[in-house]
Design a protein around this ligand. Structure first.
Ligand SMILES: Nc1ncnc2c1ncn2[C@@H]1O[C@H](COP(=O)(O)OP(=O)(O)OP(=O)(O)O)[C@@H](O)[C@H]1O
Ligand SMILES: [Mg+2]
Length: 286
């Protein structure tokens, strides 16, 4: 068992503001272009994307549906190969970073194995393809991650006995169990009701403050992006590019009161107007 697995995530490793302005760049994308073939025609989906995510930062990607957010996340995860440009995660090609289990992925759909209970699901990635990890250690680590996401007492529950929010927490625990340096999340709370979504945002913020992981979140929620992030990258279409990177100056620690902070209101208004503009020029190539 590695030290990383033996050690829990202690409370407030880096509470308040886990990242400084001098943090090294953890994810670097330069001049990324992605093309897909549709009915025999090449379609450019991403064009000249440049992005730097400092180590330990929390950034969001926001933009109109179909603009390429998921595709960009998949490029960072090594699941989609760009036709132009370079991307590195901790200085490595994304495929290599993924092979070394430095990247954790959480998607909108929790995709749990229905025949395994919560703790077995959370331990699943830790055990697959890694013969060095003993089952008992993996299960102990998974149980610890379930506690971290607020699911203590649910270890034995089957996915069918869990709510959508609980299933999503198991999926987050499963990604965290690997102790990845980078967590890439694609609309992880998209299918949840408004209140559960707020609870999950708070849970994610707590996890980030405790673990200091680098997190990239794709979301359609302006509020969520402002509340959670240090930076929001707004994407436009035709083909997708980053139209603005907005630093979020909302102070830490962020709590319910943060929503009434003038910095929150300012960022929210700016993002809203950028998104309206982005929708207006959708498909026009402007
Ligand atoms: N494997 C693929 N093959 C062909 N086209 C694809 C593929 N994946 C995505 N696309 C196209 O690329 C564009 C961007 O898709 P993507 O899923 O990245 O958008 P998105 O911003 O995540 O949208 P949403 O907010 O609806 O999730 C879309 O036009 C989509 O149809
Ligand atoms: Mg998407």
């Amino acid at each position: 068992m590695t030290t990383a697995i033996a050690s829990a995530y202690p409370a407030s490793v880096a509470a308040s503001a886990p990242v400084t302005d001098t943090a090294p760049i953890h994810i670097a994308a330069h001049g990324i272009a992605v093309e897909f073939s549709l009915n025999g025609r090449r379609q450019r989906v991403l064009h000249d994307i440049n992005l730097s995510v400092p180590k330990g930062s929390f950034v969001s990607l926001i933009g109109p549906s179909g603009c390429g957010k998921s595709t960009l996340l998949k490029v960072m995860a090594g699941l989609v190969q760009p036709v132009e440009g370079t991307v590195t995660v901790a200085g490595l090609a994304p495929q290599e970073a993924a092979r070394r289990r430095m990247i954790g992925l959480v998607f909108q759909d929790a995709t749990l194995l229905p025949w395994k209970n919560a703790v077995e699901n959370a331990a699943f990635l830790l055990m697959t393809g890694n013969t060095n990890v003993k089952r008992a250690d993996a299960m102990a680590r998974a149980a610890e991650m379930l506690r971290l996401v607020g699911l203590e007492g649910a270890n034995d529950k089957m996915p069918s006995q869990l709510s959508g929010g609980m299933r999503q927490r198991v999926a987050i625990a499963r990604a965290l169990a690997l102790d990845p340096e980078v967590l890439l999340m694609d609309e992880p709370f998209g299918a949840l009701d408004a209140i559960t979504r707020e609870e999950m945002s708070q849970c994610l913020l707590d996890i980030w403050e405790r673990t200091g992981k680098t997190i990239v979140l794709v979301t359609h929620s302006i509020d969520e992006s402002v509340f959670l992030s240090r930076e929001v990258h707004v994407m436009g279409t035709g083909p997708a590019r980053i139209i603005e990177t907005l630093p979020i100056t909302l102070p830490h620690p962020r709590t319910e009161e943060s929503f009434a902070d003038p910095a929150f209101t300012r960022a929210e208004a700016r993002l809203r107007s950028l998104l309206i503009e982005s929708h207006r020029t959708r498909g026009t190539g402007k």
